[in-house]
Design a protein around this ligand. Structure first.
Ligand SMILES: O=C(O)Cc1cc(O)ccc1O
Ligand SMILES: [Fe+2]
Length: 447
């Protein structure tokens, strides 16, 4: 017999704030008072802790949540290797068959699934590039997803790292153990290691980008002399409030990526049975329109670190495993300045994607749903057309694209490419290098 009782309270309601310790109840008094593990929990719920950091890290870094649920998540059959879920999601960049090149790469928009294909979010994830290995808790993966089907009674959790998800087309309706959140293009979501979720696609065809970090969690960047406000403000981060369903005698599949391999297990109850939770390890979303842009109001092009939304720090101060950086709509007002991105070679590697509109560094060929990779020490910068136009443009204040939203995953790791990303996807633009070939010698020897 099947019973599904949906508790509609709190659905798409959110707690506000970044990194807060929240207390969330879908039923009144479902959280134990004054302790975590009472002999009997309210409503006969089971107490379960989800740890996001080692127990013993410094208190300021400690992340964990207590979940009060109808059944503990251990009630499932053994995990079995399941290669049919997805074999294009790659994690072991140090040892798998990957490709290495310093050359500049640009991808045309990645294909949406064909109408005859039924691809859900987990099946639609494909790796483009990455570094390191989840087993050593070090490195990152850069993936895209392209999907058109709800996950239904399949829940996914990533045992390897945190996902920062950047939808480019189609809203993601995500049922997590912590509650439900809707994430539309121009919003992002972070779903940490271990958190179970199922993605529905109310708009059908959906596409986006994923940054996976293996050994770190995302933080707000330090603001230095900027002071205590600006960039991504903590109160604009939204974590779902507890919302649960009760469902028995219904088959659920739990899928996990564990040390780079896909596994699945079965259980006969919903994993979304958390009636209450408290703690600071919980998924969240953020609307990029809330980013408070800080930039030069006098002269010169400032480094893109001013646009950092979130950073996953390495153990070296100031050096990120990966930064999530955006190029949001903003006023450009600098005087006597070449305003677009400068020519440069960076010790970091830069993967870029485009959510909507244009990017001021490129005149064409960089399109929403596509991407580019400029790896460590590989030269890049404005294309010839952008250089010509910006070198003689009138420097009045201009608003840079009301609907533009480009972003960058910037990493201190050196990235390898997957076969799918470099070959099979068929989206790599052979002629990308030509974007710069018309930059002529204009040297005239006199001032
Ligand atoms: O390469 C890019 O387009 C990203 C970028 C933008 C910018 O304004 C300065 C440096 C940089 O790497
Ligand atoms: Fe760059």
């Amino acid at each position: 017999m099947t019973t599904t009782i949906s508790n509609l309270k709190n659905v798409y309601e959110y707690h506000q704030g970044f990194g807060n310790h929240f207390a969330s109840e879908a039923l009144k008094d479902a959280l134990p008072k004054g302790q975590n593990t009472p002999q009997k929990c309210p409503y006969n719920l089971y107490a379960e802790q989800l740890s996001g950091t080692a127990f013993t890290v410094p208190r300021t870094h400690n992340q964990r949540t207590w979940l009060y649920r109808i059944r503990p998540s251990v009630v499932h059959t053994p995990f079995v290797r399941n290669t049919s879920v997805n074999d294009l999601l790659v994690s072991k960049f140090g040892c798998e068959d990957v490709l290495i090149t310093p050359t500049q790469i640009r991808w045309s928009p990645f294909d949406l699934p064909g109408a005859e294909d039924k691809i859900n979010f987990v099946q639609g994830l494909k790796s483009l590039a990455g570094a390191g290995d989840p087993a050593c808790r070090s490195g990152l993966g850069i993936h895209i997803y392209s999907a058109n089907t709800d996950m239904g009674k399949t829940a996914f959790y990533n045992s390897d790292g945190d996902f920062l998800i950047v939808p480019q087309q189609g809203t993601l309706d995500i049922f997590t153990e912590f509650g439900k959140m809707k994430v539309a293009p121009n919003e992002i979501a972070v779903i940490q290691r271990g958190v179970r979720y199922s993605v529905s696609l109310p708009d059908g065809n959906s596409r986006g980008y994923v940054l996976e970090v293996f050994g770190a969690h995302f933080e707000l960047p330090d603001l230095g002399p900027i002071g205590s406000n600006g960039l991504a403000n903590p109160r604009d981060f939204l974590t779902p409030k507890a919302a649960f369903e009760e469902e028995n005698d219904v088959e659920w599949q739990i899928v996990t990526k564990f040390n780079g391999q896909m596994f699945s297990a079965k259980q006969t109850h919903t994993p979304f049975d958390v009636v209450a939770w408290h703690g600071n390890y919980a998924p969240y979303k953020y609307d990029l329109a809330n980013f408070c842009v800080v930039n030069s109001v006098s002269f010169d092009h400032i480094d893109p670190s001013i646009f950092t939304v979130l950073t996953a720090k390495s153990d070296t101060p100031g050096v990120a495993v990966a930064d999530f950086v955006i190029f949001p709509p903003r006023w450009a007002v600098t005087e006597k300045t070449f305003r677009p991105p400068y020519f440069h070679r960076n010790c970091m590697s830069e993967f870029m994607g485009l959510i909507a509109g244009d990017y001021d560094g490129k005149s064409d060929g960089f399109s929403p749903g596509g991407g580019s990779l400029h790896s460590a020490m590989t030269p890049h910068g404005p294309d010839a057309a952008v250089f010509e136009a910006a070198s003689s443009a009138e420097l009045k204040p201009v608003y840079v694209g009301r609907n533009n939203q480009a972003f960058m995953f910037e990493t201190s790791f050196m990235l390898s490419l997957t076969h799918w990303g470099f070959e099979t996807c068929g989206k790599v633009q052979e002629n990308y290098y030509k974007a710069w070939q018309n930059l002529e010698n204009k040297f005239n020897g006199t001032l």
